[in-house]
Design a protein around this ligand. Structure first.
Ligand SMILES: [Zn+2]
Length: 143
């Protein structure tokens, strides 16, 4: 068996296992390969770093850059979302499940709220058809 890192035309990367290099060539020629993520049939071998020390270090450096970029994006997204919530929603703390229900059942005026609930409470709310979403924790809090 041989494993190839493959990628589709949309840039999804995945691993494919083949009986041999020739088996891969045959399947590729018959367009029998498809991306497991989007089903795209234009599959090609992703560029792999040869396993010599110098190249491995380089490849590692590249993936660290990619990871930290994704982290920055997530951090910006999370900060933006929290900012929106903090500016547009009332903080109700642990009374969140109670307040969310009151709003859902029209007992109080509809407004955005945020607060804390246990996972069990959140599940109950969802089961009652109440629209809630988890707020990602602020990455700055971790510092
Ligand atoms: Zn794809």
């Amino acid at each position: 068996m041989i494993a190839y890192n493959l990628s589709c035309a949309r840039g999804h990367e995945f691993e494919g296992w083949f009986q041999s290099g020739a088996a891969y060539d045959t399947q590729e020629a018959q367009h029998a390969l498809a991306c497991p993520i989007c089903g795209d049939g234009q599959i090609q071998k992703a560029i792999m770093a040869p396993s010599v020390k110098g190249s491995v270090t380089k490849a590692k450096g590249r993936s660290e850059v990619a990871t930290s970029d994704a982290h920055d994006k997530r951090q910006r997204f999370v900060s933006g979302m929290r900012k929106f919530i903090e500016e547009n929603a009332d903080y109700v703390g642990p009374r969140f499940p109670e307040e969310a229900r009151k709003i859902h059942y029209g007992e109080v005026e509809e407004r955005h709220i945020y607060g804390e609930s246990t996972i069990a409470e959140a599940k109950e709310l969802i089961e009652e058809g109440i629209d809630i979403a988890p707020v990602p924790s602020d990455p700055d809090d971790l510092n």
